[in-house]
Design a protein around this ligand. Structure first.
Ligand code: AMP
Ligand code: MG
Length: 406
C-alpha cells in the first residue's frame, strides 16, 4: 500500500497549491454579499453616531439643573436637527435616536418626569452623559469597519450599510465542478433496482460547497468505465474550475479507475492516501490552476474530507483571514474509544449543558457509509493517533461542520 500522509501534511500540500484569491468581476450589491469574503478594507465615512444621540424617549437637560422643574423650550422631532440650544432652566423634548441639542448634557427618561403646562419636574438628580451616546462613540471617521479577508456576516452587512457601502468589493467564489462516479448510481428521482443506489453524494457535495461559500455545479454522473470517465473529466476540466471534486473510484478496487483517469487527463498527482478515518483513499492533484480532489465514494468519507481539506482550500482561495479554524474544546457526554494509527474524526453533536458548558456527544453511527447517522451530526470529535480512550466528563477537541467554519 502507498505511504499515507498525516492530516497536517496533506492539508499543507493542498494549501500550498491554492492560487491567490481573485476579485469578483463586479462588486456585489450589499444585500447579496452575505457569506462572501471582503476584497477591500471598509472605513467609516463619518463619525457614528454623527451627533450625541439620545438613547431614550425623554427630555434633554443640563445635569446641573437637576432635580428641579424646567421649561420645555422646544421639541426635536425625528429626522430633524435641533432647532435651538438649551439655556439654564430649560429642557427639550427628545425621542430615541434624536440629536441631543447643544447646551444639554443629559437626557431624562420620560418615565422619570412629571410633565405639565409646558414644564417638566424631575425628582432625581441626573449625571452628565446620562442616556446619551456621544458623537463618534461607536466609530470615528476613517476607523476600520471591516477588513479585507473578513467573511461578510449579517451584522457585518448592517455595519457596511450604515457607512453607505451599497456595493462592496468581494472575492470571487471558487467555482467547483462536482462529478460522481460509480456504476451502481442512479439519479435520485429514480427507484434503484437491486444492487444500485441513489447518487446522494452529488447533492451532499453540492450542498457542502454552497455551505463553504464555493460556487458549485454538477458535472454529471458516470459509470466505472474509462471512456465515460475520460469524457466527463475532460468536460469538467475544460471549464477550468477552481476545484474539481470527483466522488468514488479512488481506492484500490478493480473498478477504482479515477486515479489513472485523472493522470491521463493531465492532472498531476500530489498525493494519494491520507492517514485519516474516514477517508483514507483521498487523492489530490493539480492541473493548471484547478485543484482536483478524488474523494472516496462513501458518503461520510466524502463529506469529512470536504470539511477537512476542501473547506480550507475554498477559504484560502477566497482570501479569508481565517483559513483553518481552531478546534473547539468541549466536554464529552459519552465515552470515546481509543485512537488508532490513523487520525480519527467521530461524527458528533455539539450542544450546551444546563450549566452553560459546551458539550459534545458522538452520534449513533455505524460507519463511513452511514449517511443517516451523519445527518444527525454538526461536528467531528478529533481522536488523535494513539490517543487513550476517554470517559464522559473528559474534554475533547471538536471541529465544527457548520457554516464556512465560524
Ligand atoms: P468507492 O469509493 O467507489 O469504492 O465507493 C465506496 C462506497 O460509496 C460504495 O458503497 C459506493 O456505493 C458508495 N458511493 C459511491 N459513490 C456514491 C454516490 N455518488 N452516492 C452515494 N454513495 C456512493
Ligand atoms: Mg466505486
Amino acid at each position: 500500500m502507498r505511504r499515507l500522509l498525516a492530516v497536517e501534511d496533506a492539508l499543507r500540500l493542498v494549501l500550498e497549491r491554492c492560487p491567490p484569491p481573485a476579485e469578483s468581476a463586479e462588486p456585489s450589491d450589499l444585500e447579496y454579499a452575505i457569506g462572501c469574503t471582503l476584497f477591500e478594507d471598509v472605513r467609516a465615512d463619518a463619525d457614528h453616531p454623527a451627533w450625541p444621540r439620545s438613547r431614550v424617549d425623554g427630555y434633554a437637560v443640563r445635569a446641573a439643573d437637576t432635580p428641579g422643574t424646567l421649561a420645555v423650550a422646544f421639541e426635536v422631532p425625528a429626522g430633524h436637527a435641533p432647532g435651538g440650544r438649551i439655556a439654564a432652566g430649560q429642557a427639550a423634548r427628545v425621542f430615541t435616536g434624536a440629536p441631543v441639542p447643544d447646551g444639554a448634557d443629559a437626557v431624562v427618561m420620560q418615565e422619570d418626569v412629571t410633565a405639565r403646562d409646558g414644564a417638566v419636574t424631575l425628582s432625581e438628580r441626573s449625571d452628565a452623559g446620562d442616556h446619551i451616546t456621544p458623537r463618534g462613540a461607536e466609530c470615528r471617521e476613517g476607523d476600520l469597519v471591516a477588513a479585507r479577508g473578513d467573511v461578510i456576516l449579517p451584522w457585518t452587512t448592517g455595519a457596511l450599510a450604515a457607512v453607505g457601502k451599497a456595493k462592496v468589493r468581494v472575492a470571487r467564489r471558487p467555482s467547483v465542478q462536482v462529478l460522481a462516479t460509480g456504476s451502481e448510481l442512479v439519479p435520485i428521482d429514480q427507484e434503484p433496482p437491486p444492487g444500485r443506489i441513489r447518487n446522494s453524494n452529488a447533492y451532499a457535495l453540492m450542498a457542502a460547497m454552497w455551505h463553504y461559500a464555493g460556487w458549485p455545479e454538477i458535472a454529471g454522473m458516470v459509470p466505472d468505465t474509462r471512456p465515460a470517465l475520460d469524457e466527463a473529466l475532460a468536460a469538467a476540466l475544460a471549464k477550468d474550475p477552481a476545484i474539481l471534486l470527483v466522488s468514488g473510484g479512488v481506492s484500490v478496487g478493480d473498478y477504482d479507475l479515477v486515479p489513472a483517469a485523472l493522470e491521463s487527463a493531465g492532472v498531476a498527482k500530489v498525493f494519494h492516501g491520507v492517514s485519516v478515518q474516514p477517508g483514507k483513499p483521498l487523492w489530490f492533484g493539480v492541473r493548471g490552476k484547478s485543484l482536483v480532489f478524488g474523494l472516496p465514494g462513501n458518503p461520510v468519507s466524502a463529506l469529512v474530507n470536504s470539511a477537512l481539506f476542501v473547506r480550507p482550500a475554498i477559504r484560502k482561495m477566497s482570501g479569508r483571514t481565517e483559513i483553518v479554524p481552531d478546534p473547539i474544546c468541549a466536554t464529552l457526554t459519552a465515552p470515546v474509544g481509543k485512537g488508532t494509527w490513523r487520525r480519527k474524526y467521530v461524527p458528533a453533536k455539539l450542544s450546551y449543558s444546563s450549566d452553560g458548558r459546551v458539550v459534545v456527544a458522538p452520534v449513533h453511527y455505524v460507519g463511513s457509509g452511514d449517511l443517516f447517522g451523519f445527518a444527525r451530526a454538526d461536528a467531528l470529535i478529533v481522536v488523535r493517533e494513539d490517543a487513550p480512550a476517554r470517559a464522559a466528563g473528559e474534554s475533547a477537541q471538536v471541529v465544527s461542520l457548520l457554516g464556512s467554519g465560524r
